[in-house]
Ligand binder design. Sequence first.
Ligand code: PEP
Ligand code: MG
Length: 759
Amino acid sequence: MLGTLRKIVQEVNSAKDLKAALGIIVLRVREAMASQVCSVYLLDPESDRFVLMATEGLNKKAIGKVSMAPNEGLVGLVGSREEPLNLEHASEHPRYRYFAETGEERYASFLGAPIIHHRRVMGVLVIQQKERRQFDEGEEAFLVTMSAQLAGVIAHAEATGSIRGLGRQGKGIQETRFIGIPGAPGAAVGTAVVVLPPADLDVVPDKSIEKSEIEAELALFESALQAVRADMRALSERLASQMRKEERALFDVYLMMLEDSALGGEVTRLIRTGQWAQGALRQVVSDHVVRFEMMDDAYLSERASDVKDIGRRLLGYLQEARKQTLTYPEKTILVSEELSPAMLGEVPEGRLAGMVSVLGSSNSHVAILARAMGIPTVMGAVDLPYSKVDGIELIIDGTRGEIITNPAKVLREQYLQLAEQERQLSAGLDVLRELPCVTTDGHRIPLWVNTGLLADVVRAQERGAEGVGLYRTEVPFMIKERFPSEKEQMAIYREQLEAFHPLPVTMRTLDIGGDKSLPYFPIKEENPFLGWRGIRVTLDHPEIFLLQTRAMLKASVGLNNLRILLPMISGIRELEESLHLIHRAWGEVRDEGMDVEMPPIGVMIEVPAAVYLTRELASQVDFISVGSNDLTQYLLAVDRNNPRVADLYDYLHPAVLEALQRIVKEAHEEGKPVSICGEMAGDPAAAVLLLAMGFDSLSMNATNLPKVKWLLRQISMQTARELLAKVMRIDSPEVTHATVQLALRNLGLNKLINPSAAV
Ligand code: PEP
Ligand code: MG
């Protein structure tokens, strides 16, 4: 049975469109169930009727003609009750309805299963039999399994249809929304440019060559190597103005892979054994990819994609196909199955409006770069039929992690307006930059910025950040090939501290694990978010922790604007051990003759356990910073990087708001300031609530900082508190969103709020 099921799903998956997919389903399911009729009815959302879309056994002329409302017939009953129905004598059922067009009267037995995708009833799958036949439990279960599996495939085919206008008869191109993960904030409306892998390595066959041909084949491969090297260097140069040399190390990784000691050498050796260059390349690349992918680690699978990308580029030259020649429209939205930093670099300056990657998460290289460069980006758009969107209009909502294909005029206008408002705000930055973030009734709240790459620093300064609330030190670690040395770290940290001096810079100690890991320090775990993460890793490796904190302390000599922040603390003992190590590092640095003050130390509250320990933790440190990204994920048990549960991930959930209020209250009772550095702080609507809760500062990405400042400067603390009081009495996040949106609209402040946030 399992084999049959798999085969059918595979065949349906490779169908060219919805009609073909449905045709395969009815044919194969009828066969597998040894029945006389199999039909699929799909729910047409406009007419709210189940329409016969495909059948084997009934009169095919009835396709597209016969339909029934949810309160009509057995099909309607299955669809509306969302349950299977198994009847030996169908005509005796009170809901039985006869359709002459289908020639149905001859069929006595009926087995129907609803087709449901993400809670939405898409249609009904039906089996019928002439003789009276009691379908047994196993058959019923098979049909239910089949329809559950097919739901996703049908949804995918339907989405493709609505994108290209090839869906059901009479249905043209439709606006469709796809959910992904927020990669980089901001809104963009533009034209999709799909970057397909330039050459398909997987289909390259093996081919033996004569001894006499080997030299020529080696020369061919060598010239491909040269060409790809030259491309990489050129790309790296083009990004030189936006990225530090260190950060462009991403491209150096490519160059290193091409070396004789790595991939380049392996291919050469295989060619020498008598394999043609393309076949040798395929073998070497697929060996590496398999090895990386088996490691089941977010960062290393990314490395697998780097190797694939290199392989495709080399193959492109070997096949003399060169690169896909793409034209980039004025407002390009780059779409790819797996975006690479190199693809980003190929778009001519000023044309890149947004990006979409089907694979990857908010911590992929591309997302980190996109945030630093301020390009709205959606990652993990797994349901988007990406290869079909080339040339069509897209809305990218990088803040909410949504993509809208073929937007209708209204939504398009709203997003264009939002993008324009964001643009105007950026243009008017000079004025806003100099102004303090102060409410209309005089409450001052500093806005800080989150950084990682050097590019973030430049943007933060343009936007008037009053300090760094979170410098993610794992970012410079991620783009290296080994742990950076104390000296290297010192130089990187010094750059951050100097850039903001005398403003404070909060440096977080290495927070790896979860979905952030290092190529040279793989962590393979079943459940990484509940595993070896953040402070747990560095306390187990005091040599890494000591070296890092020493580098931070040395970097701040003469500046003294450093603050140290500890991630993922879940108990007092971890804090005490960390404090002990930091004091040791401080002693060592002073023993080396350097005069540096002991910096303020803070702890992140991002694990639920820490919420309940706020008072105890706060009593031992100088400040508290809430990591609302992880806190939301752990409180709600919703993976922040899983688009399937993205709808459930909500920092305005009452449980999260309760936790935040409690943290502020308890920290203040201990006389310690509290900041917040998760994405929530950069959402203007949420920032109003955080202000009212009493947060002493908000830290966010540079892109959102002007938006938050603009809004907070126009609201009074009094109004914010009233709104918070109202919100704290609400028990559902949806109502909270609506309440906040409405309040802002009534104040005339709904500008700069994403249209789709106004649910
Ligand atoms: C957080 O968890 O909210 C946070 C700021 O840290 P990160 O996103 O780096 O885990
Ligand atoms: Mg975190």
